[in-house]
Design a protein around this ligand. Structure first.
Ligand code: COA
Length: 329
């Protein structure tokens, strides 16, 4: 059986910054509260004329350049997102056209865990021999669904995109993936309107039902419970232990969540990747963005073992253990 290995990576953050000081002028909050409770100092917002596919396209272009591949080399594009440009066509199809690809393209929707679910699809396609080269993009413009008068949510989210190119290899790259869902927990994090249950109407929009609703405390407790479990399960499936990890890359949702899971897993703080201070929670983009930061900083080396761990609405969670095989540029 062939393995799936990462041969290229790229990411994109929009230019527009929204700082905690900016938020102080919008809702009753303070830089001090946001920094202490979340670790976030600023986040990026997509420009008014930028949709999720535009973020995905730029990250995809950068990953293709990094891998040194052409449009025709790709056999599949999977985009993980929960802020698609529109209900259909899929964001993957729009991105496919933007990049001049000819391969099949589809979206995977698992909220902030979308990148890990999409990675599973890509890995399975390669391992089964159905595809040789696959692009996986995590992209979200979740701030489009945030109520900027709700201080409980508007401080958290930012926009961005990150992409991996995976290719069939004799050398193991993606070692093990563990996914989970608990649909009974759907109420703690949701966007109630805009779908088939509550289609858009003036009344629903006026009631703000098209915005993110979140029970922050519940999500926090869920995250610190599932991240260690998923990480340990994916490590076990890979024949590895926590002590084998070079980098733990959790979904960037809250610095206090990162600190708590690091402590529970026994991973030293310096092995836990964090860029939340400058990005906020970029949903499906957060994990590939954090890995790309490591890569561009020169902190990733062939043989390094990474655990990529996501969680989000659904509820969903997922962890992937990846052996880095690509040389630093
Ligand atoms: N600025 C100032 N005060 C705020 C505030 C803000 N932005 N948001 C909430 N508060 C207030 C609350 O009203 C509450 O006041 P009260 O004690 O007078 O009622 C107080 O701060 C504490 O609120 P609480 O919700 O208990 O804070 P918290 O420590 O749980 O932090 C979150 C809130 C949202 C930062 C935190 O729960 C969290 O990060 N949860 C996970 C969310 C997440 O990861 N979501 C995405 C998943 S993919």
């Amino acid at each position: 059986m062939k393995h799936a290995a990462v041969i290229g990576i790229g990411s994109y953050l929009p230019e527009r910054r929204l700082t905690n000081q900016d938020l102080e002028g919008m809702v009753e909050t303070s830089d001090e509260w946001i920094t202490t409770r979340t670790g976030i100092r600023e986040r990026r917002l997509a420009e008014i004329d930028q949709a999720t596919s535009d973020l995905a396209t730029e990250a995809g272009r950068r990953a293709m350049a990094d891998a040194g591949i052409e449009a025709n080399d790709l056999d599949l594009l999977v985009v993980g997102t929960s802020s698609p440009d529109m209900i259909f066509p899929s964001t993957a199809c729009i991105t496919q056209a933007n990049l001049g690809l000819t391969c099949p393209a589809y979206d995977v929707m698992a909220a902030c865990t979308s990148f890990i679910f999409a990675l599973q699809n890509a890995t399975a396609a390669i391992e089964s021999g159905r595809a040789r080269t696959v692009m996986v993009i995590g992209a979200d413009a979740l701030t489009r669904h945030v109520d900027f008068s709700d201080r409980g949510t508007c401080i958290l989210f930012g926009d961005g995109a990150g992409a991996f190119i995976l290719q069939a290899s004799d050398e193991p790259g993606v070692l093990g993936i563990e996914l989970g869902s608990d649909g009974k927990g759907g109420d703690v994090l949701k966007i109630p309107a805009g779908g088939s249950a509550l289609p858009a109407t003036v009344e629903r929009v006026e009631a703000g039902l098209h915005y993110v609703q979140m029970a922050g405390n519940e999500v926090f407790k869920f995250a610190v419970r599932v991240i260690p479990k998923a990480t340990e399960a994916a490590l076990a499936a890979s024949g590895m232990a926590v002590s084998d990890l070079t980098w733990l890359v959790p979904h960037q949702a809250n610095q206090r969540i990162l600190n708590t899971v690091a402590e529970r897993l026994g991973v030293p703080d310096e092995r836990v990747v964090s860029n939340i201070e400058l990005t906020g929670n970029t949903s499906a983009a957060s994990i590939p963005l954090a890995v790309d930061d490591l890569y561009t900083n020169g902190s990733l080396h062939p043989g390094d073992v990474l655990a990529l761990v996501g969680f989000g609405a659904g509820l969903t969670w997922g962890a992937a253990v990846v052996r880095w095989t690509k040389e630093v540029q």
